[in-house]
Design a protein around this ligand. Structure first.
Ligand code: MSP
Length: 509
């Protein structure tokens, strides 16, 4: 059985989730569900990044006990994931004992191996992104230095532990060049080489002496572990790496045949594509197969983020349009190459066109015709009297069934959605041209039954192909059709199936 381990970033627990978090998590969930649907054994994880300066500062600012804030925020994230039908297999919180112990073990191991040493950390630091900048990488404005997201940098000069990442600069550059599929889309690898590798990779400061909100370092209790060193290892601690009960690590990480995929947006690609592979290399562990990087959701031409205060709340769309609508929109408009500007109008247009008019209305129309012309039972195909229009639809159905696995295997879900929407276009045309109401009036029953059988079967496939995204609608349709919808039912003939009335699935807005 094929296997895949897929992850989202773990989100900072400094506030509520916004549309950006929902975007990545939905994409990962949809990939996980599609892979499961075509027979993969899937392990999918997400969770909360709960240490670091930013978390500590926010708790202080809102006058909340840090742990209380973390519990509250983890709960809010999990409530949102539940509402959005996100089916993760493990939800990590980095303040949990298991995670902390494993990270300490890894730190001690790398220290013993002399990959970690003590020194003085002098750097320009972004406390918001928890990221180092050199003077050349920083953005200069009015004599001040800023990070790429526009936060002011703070100069740091303090004792620290370092990870010898500089030793691996050539290795990682070569790795990118030899493994063109490692980073998707591949142009991001060039960006990373230009921005971070060409000017020389510095050793990474991986401890803080001036902060206490982190995992204590056993070798020197005055320090805690830097949040990114702590957080990246969630991808191993989720699988119980370096514990007695490490079946999942053996099953999903050690087995080279298991596909490992990390998903995120571009601002954290440096950590996942440069530092994370180096850490794995130091531990003598295999690398992930793919780091998939998507663009940002932007709001009024600016990245949506908590620090800018321009975040969009996913709940308002879920409450007005349903969770399926948000899942569908974010997958349909997702882009690995570009950012996309979120507007209410855009959201509403896609909802009305794709979900209300095509998906929902098509089923209502077909069910209505089967009720009216065939006493609620899907008619059989007579195979005689098939005309050009019937043949066209049969061919289109075959085509999409031939292609869908390829789309899923190559993470091109958006392309699959485009195929599905093209099919709806064709089916609408098929109805207009066949004019079933005239066939009925003229008592051309064999033609009418062929038409209804063909259109019902094809539409069923389209519903199944969208089922990993439209989880709620699928449940409702299963009741209408009295059928458990899964990918094994693709390409089946549903003749003789008894169906029930179909209330509108997506009301027009
Ligand atoms: N805690 C780190 C990640 C550690 S992973 C080992 C972090 N957290 S975060 O809360 O800032 O989340 C960043 C991730 O949230 C992005 O990589 C992306 O997946 C998602 N997004 C947050 N804002 C986004 C947009 N405006 N647009 C698209 N995705 C965004 O970084």
């Amino acid at each position: 059985m094929k296997k895949i381990y897929i992850t989202t970033p773990i989100y900072y627990s400094s506030g509520k989730p916004h549309l950006g978090h929902a975007y990545t998590t939905i994409l990962a969930d949809v990939i996980a569900k599609y892979k499961k649907a075509i027979g993969y054994d899937v392990f999918f994880t997400t969770g909360m990044d709960e240490h670091g300066q930013k978390i500590f500062d926010v708790a202080k600012k809102i006058k909340k006990d840090v742990e209380q804030m973390l519990d509250d925020n983890a709960k809010i994230f999990q409530e949102l994931w539940k509402k959005l039908d996100i089916s993760y297999d493990f939800f990590v919180r980095t303040t949990k004992q298991k995670h902390k112990k494993i990270v300490q073990k890894i730190f001690s191991y790398l220290y013993k191996k002399k990959y970690i040493y003590e020194g003085i950390w002098t750097s320009y630091y972004c406390p918001n992104c928890e990221e180092n900048y050199t003077k050349t990488q920083a953005i200069k404005k009015n004599g001040k230095l800023f990070c790429k997201l526009g936060h002011e940098l703070v100069f740091k000069n303090e004792p620290s532990f370092f990870l010898k990442t500089s030793k691996f600069q050539q290795w990682i550059t070569n790795y990118f060049q030899k493994h063109q599929n490692f980073i998707y889309p591949s142009f991001r690898a060039k960006e990373l080489i230009n921005n971070f590798l060409e000017e020389g990779l510095k050793d990474l400061s991986i401890s803080r002496k001036t902060l206490h909100w982190g995992i204590p370092i056993k070798e020197n209790k005055e320090h805690v572990i830097y949040v990114w060193f702590d957080a990246l290892f969630n991808y191993l601690t989720n699988l119980d790496f370096a514990t007695k009960k490490c079946q999942n690590f053996t099953k999903y990480w050690k087995d080279k045949k298991c596909e490992i995929v990390h998903l995120m947006s571009k601002e954290i690609s440096r950590f996942h594509c440069i530092y994370w592979p180096i850490m794995l290399k130091m531990l003598n562990l295999r690398l992930p197969n793919k780091v998939i990087i998507h663009g940002w959701i932007i709001n009024n031409n600016e990245k949506m983020s908590k620090s800018k205060g321009n975040v969009i709340d996913p709940w308002q769309y879920i409450n007005n349009f349903g969770s399926d609508a948000l899942r569908y929109f974010l997958v349909k408009e997702s882009s690995f190459e570009n950012d996309f500007n979120f507007t209410d109008k855009f959201f509403c247009d896609v909802y009305n066109h794709d979900l209300a008019n095509n998906y929902g209305n098509m089923l209502t129309r077909i069910v209505g015709m089967i009720k009216k012309y065939c006493h609620d039972v899907v008619p059989s195909l007579t195979k005689t009297n098939l005309d050009h229009n019937d043949q066209k639809i049969i061919i289109k159905r075959k085509e999409i069934l031939k292609k869908y696995k390829n789309f899923i295997n190559n993470y091109k879900i958006k392309d699959l959605l485009n195929e599905v929407q093209n099919s709806y276009l064709l089916l609408n045309k098929y109805i207009d041209e066949t004019k079933p109401w005239i066939l009925f009036k003229n008592r051309e029953f064999s033609k009418l039954f062929n038409f209804l059988n063909i259109i019902f079967n094809f539409n069923c496939d389209l519903i199944i192909l969208l089922s990993p995204i439209l989880t709620q609608a699928t449940k409702r349709i299963e009741k209408i059709l009295h059928l458990k919808l899964n990918f094994e039912l693709l390409n089946k003939d549903h003749a003789k199936l008894k169906i029930h009335s179909c209330p509108p699935l997506f009301e027009r807005k």
